[in-house]
Structure formats: C-alpha cells, structure tokens
Design a protein around this ligand. Structure first.
Ligand code: PAZ
Length: 323
C-alpha cells in the first residue's frame, strides 16, 4: 500500500525557494477562470463512470517552457520539445477511458490535430463552384477521423486543454492542477513529458525593457528552478501515480540519471529517452527493473506500447493502495 509516506516534510531550503518562486512570479492571467474550469472537470470526473468504476484522471504535460530574459519579453531561452509525445499520449489515454488534463505549450502539437497532413492548412481545402468549402478528397478520411475522435473526447468530458508559455505559467498551473487532483487520491496520475527549464531569471531581477546590444557583451546569472517534483510528491498530490521523463544525449549516463531521478523525487516510474532515438524507443525505469519499449511499425507510435505498460502499472498502484 502506498502509505503516502512521500508526504514527509520538505527540506527547509527547498520550501523557502519554492515559496519565493511563487511569491515573485508574475501572476497568472485568468487564474480564477482556469481554476473554475479545472474544478468542473475534476468534479465531473470524480463521479463513477457508467460501469460504476471511478474515472482515472491523468495530467499530461507537453512541450517546452520558456525562460524570459526581459519583462516585456523580446528574447527568451527555450527548451526542446515539439509536444508530439504529449499529444499522442493524450489520445491513447483517452482511448483507454482516462480523462486528460493536457497542460501544453502554446503552439505545440495538439491531440488529434497532429495526425493531419503536414501540408499548409489551406492545401487541405477546396472552394466549390457554389463557393462552399470542402476538404480535398485526398485528405478527407484523415480529417474526418481527427474531428470525430476530438469531438468524442470533448463531448464525453475527457479532455481539458490548458496552455502555458513561460516557466512561471507552467509551474503555477501545475500547482493548481495538482492541488485540485489531490481529491482523486491514487486515481490521479501525472505524466510529465514537458521539457521544463532548470534555470531561470527571477522576475524582480529581470530587465524591464529590451536588453540593448549597445551595452556590449552580456553576462547573465541564472537561478536554479526549485525541484518541484519533490513538492508534487510530498505536498500537492502525495497519493497520485507519478511518471516523469528523462531526456539525455549520452547513452552512457541515461539509465543512471533516470534511476537517480526516480529515487530523488520518489517517482513511481521514469521514462528514459535519448535525443537521437526518442521517437522510436524509450526505456521504462521502475524500482524493480527496466522495460525497453519500441514502436511496432512505421505507422505506429511508441506511445501506444508505452501507455499500455503505464496503465497496467497504474492498476497495480491502485491495488496496492487498497482500492
Ligand atoms: O515533445 P517531443 O515529442 O518533441 O519530445 C518529447 C521529449 C523528448 C521532450 C520527452 O520525451 C522528454 O524526455 N521530456 C523530458 C525532458 C527532460 O529531461 O527535461
């Protein structure tokens, strides 16, 4: 049984840096509207489903966070992530009956849309002689499927999309989501695939206006972003099932780094992937071994296999939680 003994107190220095991060971050725009939408989504999905079983809810994070260098931001540091993994994973979780909170970078890949042809949007349509607009025959099957799948997910109340751009927005939203999901206990899951900045410029020490090149070469000191995974596990949603991702470029250190992250942040699973191969293979790292997951064919997604394994582990987590 997961006793929630991950809810030990946080080290004092971490608590202080977390508090200072949130106190000094620029406030979220529309935070009360977001909180309302989130609560309505969680309430709807806290009720048992038609088969009498409680709905499982997963928060999927997707895309990279930015670190602004100026308060009126012209320049920023970015993190590598197209959002493809998060978008594809959302579809597989929805198909398996989960409700998904899709916390994504604005402009990154979206569930169902990313299946559409990569052609320019306007190449998908044609204007008929009567001026009606139609999808070109060559693309109609794929467009119909994307629309149907998307509408079904939304109509069944299985998909809530929340956007972020900066590290400040991302962490504030993650905190609101996690605290709202606490009530779901072990039925809640976090699938943290976003590429999150490790360093940032605190808002109060950030240049207010565009940094001028006429001032010559620039020296910049970045602060460390507090390790929020610990806070998520210990404080925000201690009973939830937590999966984080580890991306490396050096195969020799990947598994070791994933195992360290798993222990340090008390993750249930860390999914390890290499920049050179992450689209076709990942390794699931658990406290009792590793599982290599590969995509099964040219038209398949590695996420299809991955999500099956994670759902199986989540079921075991529910059993161990005495549910
Ligand atoms: O978004 P994407 O499909 O282009 O890439 C996914 C990924 C490589 C960002 C993800 O699998 C991942 O490893 N995220 C965590 C990155 C990190 O270690 O910070």
């Amino acid at each position: 049984m997961d006793s929630g003994n991950s809810s030990d107190v946080l080290p004092e220095d971490l608590s202080a840096s977390v508090e200072s991060f949130f106190e000094t971050a620029p406030p979220l725009r529309d935070s009360s509207l977001t909180a309302q939408k989130l609560q309505a989504f969680i309430d709807r999905n806290s009720k048992p489903s038609e088969d009498g079983r409680p709905v499982r809810v997963v928060c999927i994070t997707s895309g990279g966070t930015t670190v602004p260098l100026e308060q009126r931001c012209v320049r920023y540091i970015d993190n590598f992530s197209s959002g493809h993994r998060g978008a594809a994973s959302t579809e597989y979780f929805v198909k398996a009956g989960y409700a998904v909170i899709f916390l994504h970078r604005r402009g990154s890949c979206q569930p169902y849309c990313h299946r559409l042809p990569e052609d320019a949007l306007l190449d998908l349509f044609e204007v008929g002689e009567d001026s009606s607009i139609q999808v070109c025959q060559s693309h109609s099957a794929v467009v119909k499927k994307a629309i149907r799948d998307y509408r079904t997910a939304v109509e069944r109340g299985q998909l809530l999309r929340l956007p972020f751009t900066t590290i400040f927005e991302y962490l504030q939203l993650l905190r609101i989501i996690a605290i709202s999901m606490k009530q779901l206990g072990p039925y809640g899951m976090f699938y943290l695939a976003a590429a999150v900045s490790d360093f940032y410029v605190p808002w109060e020490s950030m240049a207010k206006h565009k940094i001028q090149s006429s001032s010559g070469p620039m020296d910049m000191r970045l602060s460390q972003v507090p390790k929020m995974l610990s806070v998520l596990r210990k404080d925000w949603a201690p009973m939830a099932f937590c999966i984080s991702f580890k991306l490396e470029t050096d195969a020799d250190i990947l598994l070791q780094k994933a195992e360290i992250a798993m222990k340090k942040y008390q993750m249930h699973i860390v999914v390890a992937n290499l920049l050179a191969t992450y689209k076709r293979e990942v390794t699931v790292v658990t406290d009792n071994g590793t599982i290599d997951v590969r995509k099964q064919g040219e038209d398949s997604d590695v996420e299809d296999e991955l999500i099956k394994i994670l759902i199986d582990r989540h079921c075991k987590h529910l059993e161990q939680s005495g549910i």
